[in-house]
Design a protein around this ligand. Structure first.
Ligand SMILES: [Zn+2]
Length: 155
């Protein structure tokens, strides 16, 4: 048994001072062990589920949608809407600071990819053809999300 080192030692580097979310970093092997094949392919590999096949595109219960990887609450049922795209869509996230945006020029298009700011999970894309008041459409893969019912058990 060793005594714990005294806490409060000065000089610990504060590299990220005012982030809204703490960073979550794991190896690919670790993520693979925690996710289904489909979740891993999409959330860690930047894949896309086929339209109208995901678990949440036609899902209307009240609650929150958490990052499937790290559990950060990203979207809520109150801002979810039916875009007709076949992917779950929101006009606004719970907190803008929980999302990271990245230019995506793949597939011959220039789009804005949306990632989880905490763990860099690929979520989907944001487009500017959404409804009022934001005019935005967050087009997100179901496989990158895990639904938490409003009255459900807290973890
Ligand atoms: Zn995450």
């Amino acid at each position: 048994m060793t005594d714990p080192a005294p806490s409060g030692a000065p000089g610990s580097p504060a590299s990220s001072t005012s982030r809204a979310t703490a960073r979550v970093e794991r190896s690919d092997d670790d993520w693979r062990a925690r996710l289904s094949d489909e979740e891993f392919r999409i959330a860690r590999g930047g894949g896309t589920e086929r339209a109208f096949t995901g678990r949440y595109w036609n899902h209307h219960e009240p609650g929150r949608y958490l990052c499937v990887c790290c559990g950060t609450p990203l979207f809520a049922s109150g801002q979810k809407y039916d875009s007709g795209s076949g992917w779950p869509s929101w006009w606004q996230p719970i907190d803008d600071a929980r999302l990271a945006r990245r230019r995506d020029a793949s597939h011959g298009m220039v789009r804005t990819e949306v990632q989880c700011a905490a763990c860099d999970a690929h979520l989907g894309h944001v487009f500017d053809d959404g409804p009022a008041p934001s005019g935005l459409r967050y087009c997100i893969n179901s496989a990158s999300l895990r639904f938490e019912p409003e009255a459900g058990p807290r973890r």
